[in-house]
Write a protein that binds this ligand. Structure first.
Ligand SMILES: Cc1cc2nc3c(=O)[nH]c(=O)nc-3n(C[C@H](O)[C@H](O)[C@H](O)COP(=O)(O)OP(=O)(O)OC[C@H]3O[C@@H](n4cnc5c(N)ncnc54)[C@H](O)[C@@H]3O)c2cc1C
Length: 382
């Protein structure tokens, strides 16, 4: 049996709705609450943001499409951008006029993203970019992306990387859709062929790209793991409880035990997320602890997938119409939560060595210039 037609495979309708909401939010002075007015924010305090999150949590989430733009690119621009870059880019990203994507992963450089091969070469005042990115969420809808590229192959792989602001309409940028298991095409491959960008597109210091990429991944893990709303939440357990009740299964003792397990995990995740947000509120940049919420979020989604299929039974296989396909699509989509933003194994490694202080993985390429590496995606020199 084949999957039902996906009514909105490129996410155009969802994005249009999200953008309308975001523009209205900006018009009401409620976008970018904690960012300075000078850069298009509302200039309010973290306490105001908390009130917003509490209130917003009571309504359907309209901000999913902006999670990369607002949860990752915006804090990076605010932290590392020059005054001129902030004046130029922040107002539009905050208001939702422009959407931004993240261009880190490459074929062969995902978990080990420091092995990336996309290169940026300086020619006078211009950077020339060549290479390929993959799994770029919403690149087809984005006006800009933050890209990491190799600017110096003569030093160790982590040391020769820089971050740039990439206009997605620059000549030589080509975005191609990737077809997903759930019928959607929200991902893309992005190709760069002799793409020229001015020197003012460098974000942060030259060769500081790895530190910045790590900071951005921490923002990503916090954004994915802690969500957009505050308070104690257990939405997935609530959905499953409602479905089990509707199907007359709620008195099943074993099922109740499994439902309580998800309910408890979600409750604990909310509490840890509140702690993470309190740290952010105190001005702390997200640290490796963000991997904990990211990992637990993926564990919850896996449990949700298995339990949802158990509850809906045979109808979990049937593709009747778009509304009935909700559970199947949810099960298929859930697979991404243990991969996006770094796999579960990578989160466990980070928690092991950077949170718990356990010994690090053996590194075979430490200190070796990238051009001499025979590991990762680097080709053996001819
Ligand atoms: C929904 C979704 C959205 C995404 N959006 C973006 C995006 O917008 N921009 C972007 O740049 N990327 C994006 N990605 C890519 C994502 O970051 C990578 O898929 C992820 O980092 C894993 O890299 P990989 O796919 O190359 O797998 P690999 O790195 O090849 O990993 C393959 C397997 O090996 C395991 N593994 C690898 N190294 C280790 C290790 N050291 N120890 C233990 N196990 C290891 C992994 O856990 C995994 O199981 C997205 C991915 C998904 C699923």
């Amino acid at each position: 049996m084949s999957a039902p037609e996906n009514a909105d495979p490129r996410g155009l309708k969802r994005f249009a709705a999200a953008k309308t909401f975001q523009l209205a939010r900006a018009k009401a002075g409620l976008a970018g609450l904690t960012y300075p007015r000078e850069y298009g924010g509302a200039g309010l305090s973290r306490a105001h943001e908390r009130v917003w999150r509490d209130t917003y949590a009571q309504y359907p989430n309209m901000s999913t499409e902006y999670i990369i733009s607002h949860g990752m690119c915006l804090p990076m621009l605010a932290e590392y951008g020059t005054h001129e870059q902030k004046l130029k880019y922040l107002p539009d990203i905050i208001s939702g006029h422009s959407l931004w994507c993240q261009m880190f992963s490459e074929p062969g450089a995902g978990s080990d993203v420091a092995s990336l091969q996309t290169k940026a070469e300086k020619d006078g005042d211009t950077w020339i970019i060549n290479g390929q990115k993959v799994w770029t969420t919403l690149a087809h809808l984005s006006q800009y992306g933050l890209i990491i590229a190799r600017t110096n192959p003569n030093v160790a792989k982590h040391a020769g990387i820089s971050m740039f602001i990439m206009p997605m309409d620059a000549p030589g940028v080509e975005v191609r859709p990737i077809h997903q298991i759930d019928g959607g095409t929200h991902f893309n491959e992005v190709f760069f062929k002799d793409v020229e960008i001015g020197a003012e597109h460098l974000l942060g210091d030259l060769s500081n790209g790895w530190n910045m990429a790590t900071a951005m991944l921490m923002y990503e893990r916090v954004a994915i793991g802690t969500g957009t709303s505050d308070g104690v939440r257990h939405e997935l357990a609530d959905q499953l409880i409602a479905e089990a009740t509707k199907r007359g299964l709620i008195k099943d003792l074993v099922l109740r035990q499994k439902l309580m397990h998800i309910y408890t995990l979600e409750t604990c995740l909310s509490l840890v997320s509140m702690r993470t947000r309190a740290e952010l509120k105190a001005g702390k940049t997200p640290g490796p602890g963000g991997s904990i919420t990211k990992l637990v979020n993926a564990i919850i989604w896996a449990a949700y997938r298995d339990l949802s299929m158990e509850i809906v039974g045979a109808s979990g296989l049937a593709w009747e119409d778009e509304s009935a396909a909700r559970w199947q699509r949810g099960a298929l989509t859930s697979l991404q939560s243990g991969i996006a933003g770094g796999t579960n194994e990578i989160q466990r490694n980070i928690i092991g060595d950077r949170v718990l202080g356990l010994p690090r993985d053996i590194s075979v390429d430490k200190g070796i210039p990238f051009k001499d590496l025979k590991v990762g995606t680097q080709q053996t020199p001819a």
